[in-house]
Design a protein around this ligand. Sequence first.
Ligand code: F6P
Length: 378
Amino acid sequence: MKNRKTKNGPIAICTGGGDAPGLNAVLRAVVYRVGLGYQGQVLGIYNGFNGLFAKSAEYEELSIASVAAIHTYGGTILGAASQGSPLRDPKEATASLANFKKNWEKLAPKGLVVIGGDGTQGMARQIAALGIPMVGIPKTIDNDLLGSEVAIGFSTAVEVAANAAKSLMHTAAAHQRLMVLEVMGRTSGFLALHAGLASGVDGVLVPEIPFSMDQLERDLRKKLKIQDRDSIKLGGRAGLQGVVLIVAEGAIALEGKKDSPRTKLTASGQTVLGGIGDFVAGELSRRLGIEARLNTLGHVQRGADPNGTDRILATQLAVEAIDALYRNQHGFVLTTGPQGYKRIPYGEITDLRRRLEPTDPLLITAQGLGMILGTGPN
Ligand code: F6P
């Protein structure tokens, strides 16, 4: 690599954890800001921190030409890393951190921009303690990073899930079926709730409010009765018009608790959530005697091209992060919200995840709308 030691020093950047729509938009804005604003260079580290944990640093220099058109695409050109952290095992951690330090000294960056969710920012907290100047940028389709109101990728994932729900509403009505859409979100219900409100489905089951199958059955019977009455009144076809429920992958049924939330083990030994939608569809079909089908949205939510909101958020946080690093301000995760930018010091980053509060304004909106939440009369 030629002459990295420009007046302002290069900036290193990595994308950790599971991918989310908008990562490439951050990379592009960082390269533009560093190159045009500070005449610096950007070192794109491969596969999260792994490119710096490796014996010899794995990275590429990012030029304006190489990133000019990437901001509208999903995924990340640097690769991500979500399969566990070497910092959890003391022996592995010592070796990885030693490599990190050696690589860091060799590349001599001015600072590191870390794009990631709670797992990646948790690792960053350990690395920041070594004195590495870092600024974190939150991304997660789950929107569950504590302290961050809105993370990159969330808006797009909501849009994808809401569009899927909307399509299901059409086919559910055409065939008088019950459609269940299982969405991601881990143990937080932000994605499910926002997608539910955006699409206007009949009900949303979120992990924060364990639902009662008996109550769900009662609510749906009531709903079907109303549909039946209205269709007769309107001179339409009597009976079920179609019902759509969004079920968060981490939703918990009060009955049959041992089966829910369900988890699967992948080939690499990773535990992933999934299966509660199947349980809900099966139970409701049996109890109500209607056709019920499950649709699991899965990684379609993660891999989508970022929408305008996520591209703007990504660009905004990237520029602010670079300006902070060149002003020698670091050691925090940068967020933004209605109150403007906020800096969460790495010392305050915890393993806890942000979850829906019972007082969440959108939960109250959903209740006000008569949305089925599986918790009894609203
Ligand atoms: O955290 C983002 C997320 O997409 C969750 O919503 C989901 O449970 C998980 O990652 C899936 O991870 P993986 O792709 O590693 O199975």
